[in-house]
Design a protein around this ligand. Structure first.
Ligand code: ADP
Ligand code: GN1
Ligand code: MG
Length: 365
C-alpha cells in the first residue's frame, strides 16, 4: 500500500497533516482518520482505500455516492439542517475528482470527519437503537423521490438471497479451502432453510412489495450517533445504495443490533436475540418511515429480519468455505465464528416470530 502522506497530498485538505491512523471496524474498505493543523485549528478527515475486489467498478460506485450525497444535502439544507453533519461530505481531489487512483491502481476517497459522534459495535441502550431506527426510517423515506435510474448496480444481486444460496452451493462444491468437512452442521442449517431464499425476491418481482431505493447495509456501525445527545446524526457507508426492499434495511439493522453480543462473539451462550431491542428499533423505524410503509411490508418485517440474518450467516459461511476472500478476517476461524452467531440469532428469531409480528403491527400507523 502507498504511503498515506502521498495519498493525502492528492486531496484538497486544508492545513498540514499531523497524524493519520487506521480507523473504525468496517469489513470492506480500509479507513483512516487524518488530522490536519490548519493555522492552529484542528480539522479531521476520513480517507478510505476502496475495496476493488468487492467493488469492481469504482466509477459507478463513486457516481452513486456523489449523486446520493448531493441529493440528501439539498434536502437537509432545505429543512434548515446541518448538512456537513447530517450527511457525508465528499472532499474532492485537487483536480476536482471524486476519488484518486494511485500509481499502483488503488482507489481512494475522502470525507469530512463528523466530529463528536461514535459508531456503536453493539447496542448499549434501547434509546440509541430506537434513535437509529428512526434515522434509518427517515433515510429510506427521504430517498423515496430519488430517481433510481441514476443508480448503477454496484454489486449485482446483493440481497438476492436465492443467488446467495447458489453461490453458497458453488463454494461448497469447490471446497477450495478444504473446510467443508468441518462445518457439516452449518451446511445443514443453510440447506434446511432454502425455502426462505426466494420469498422477498418473489414478492418484489410480483409487485407485492415496492422496489425502493435502499441502503442495503444498515448495521449499527454504519450510523453515527452524537456522543452527547445520543441522537442518530448521519447514515454512512453509502456504497451499497441500490434499488431494493425496505425489508433488507429493517432486517439487516435488526440482525446486528438486536444481538446481545458482538457479531463475532465466540461464546454462543452470550448470543441472544433481544426482543425488547427489536421493539425499540421497530418503534423508531416505523415512526421514521411514517405512512409510506405498506401493510405487506409490515407483515414481513419479522421475516425480513430472519432472512437478512440467515443470508449474512450464509455469506460468512460461503467466504469461510472459499478461503476468506471477501470479508476482512483477523484469524482463520473468524468467518465461521461470525456465521455461528448469525445462525444462533436466526433460531431465536424463528421461535419469537409471533411476538415480532405483534410488535410490528403495534407501531405501524
Ligand atoms: P466499511 O465499508 O469498511 O464498513 P465505512 O464507510 O462504514 O467502511 O467506515 C468504517 C468506519 O469509519 C465507520 O464504521 C465509522 O466508525 C468510521 N467513519 C466512516 N466515515 C466517517 C465520517 N465521515 N466521520 C466519522 N467517522 C466515520
Ligand atoms: C459488510 O462494509 P460493512 O462492514 O459495513 C458487508 C455487509 C455485511 C456486513 C456484515 C459491501 O458491511 O453486506 O452485512 O459486512 N458489506 C458489503 O457485518 O458486502
Ligand atoms: Mg461500514
Amino acid at each position: 500500500m502507498k504511503n498515506i502522506t502521498d495519498i493525502a497530498s492528492a486531496f484538497s485538505f486544508k492545513g498540514t497533516l499531523v497524524n493519520s491512523e487506521p480507523y473504525g471496524n468496517g469489513h470492506i474498505n480500509d479507513t483512516f482518520a487524518l488530522t490536519y493543523d490548519d493555522g492552529g485549528r484542528v480539522k479531521r478527515y476520513i480517507l478510505q482505500r476502496m475495496n476493488k475486489s468487492v467493488f469492481p467498478d469504482i466509477d459507478v460506485l463513486m457516481e452513486n455516492v456523489a449523486a446520493v450525497t448531493e441529493f440528501l444535502r439539498e434536502k437537509i439544507d432545505g429543512r434548515g439542517g446541518d448538512s456537513d453533519r447530517e450527511c457525508l461530505t465528499l472532499v474532492r481531489t485537487k483536480d476536482g475528482k471524486s476519488y484518486y487512483k494511485d500509481e499502483i491502481g488503488d482507489c481512494w476517497r475522502a470525507f469530512l470527519f463528523i466530529e463528536n459522534t461514535e459508531a456503536y459495535q453493539i447496542v448499549d441502550s434501547a434509546e440509541v437503537f430506537e434513535n437509529a431506527g428512526r434515522a434509518f426510517g427517515v433515510f429510506i423515506a427521504g430517498l423515496a423521490d430519488f430517481d433510481a435510474s441514476k443508480l448503477g448496480e454496484v454489486i449485482k444481486n446483493f440481497h438476492n438471497t436465492r443467488d446467495r444460496y447458489a453461490k453458497f452451493l458453488n463454494a461448497l462444491k469447490a471446497d477450495k479451502a478444504g473446510r467443508a468437512a468441518g462445518v457439516a452442521k452449518e451446511i445443514e442449517f443453510v440447506k434446511n432453510r432454502e425455502a426462505y431464499c426466494g420469498k422477498v425476491v418473489d414478492m418484489l418481482a410480483k409487485g407485492e412489495i415496492p422496489l425502493r431505493v435502499t441502503h442495503n447495509d444498515t448495521k449499527l456501525n454504519n450510523i453515527l450517533i452524537d456522543k452527547d445527545t445520543k441522537k442518530a446524526i448521519c447514515v454512512i457507508d453509502l456504497d451499497t445504495i441500490m434499488p431494493g426492499s425496505l425489508l433488507y434495511d429493517f432486517g439487516d439493522a435488526v440482525r446486528f443490533g438486536c444481538s446481545t453480543a458482538a457479531e463475532d462473539e465466540k461464546d454462543l451462550d452470550k448470543v441472544h436475540f433481544d426482543i425488547s431491542l427489536y421493539e425499540a428499533f421497530a418503534k423508531g423505524f416505523l415512526s421514521g418511515i411514517g405512512a409510506s410503509i405498506t401493510d405487506k411490508e409490515v407483515e414481513n418485517l419479522a421475516f425480513g429480519s430472519i432472512l437478512m440474518t440467515y443470508e449474512c450467516g450464509m455469506r460468512f459461511l460461503t467466504d469461510y468455505l472459499d478461503g476468506d476472500n471477501y470479508f476482512k478476517t483477523a484469524y482463520p476461524e473468524h468467518n465461521l465464528v461470525r456465521c455461528r452467531t448469525q445462525f444462533r440469532l436466526v433460531e431465536e428469531m424463528e421461535a419469537k416470530t409471533g411476538d415480532m409480528n405483534l410488535i410490528a403491527r403495534k407501531y405501524a400507523k
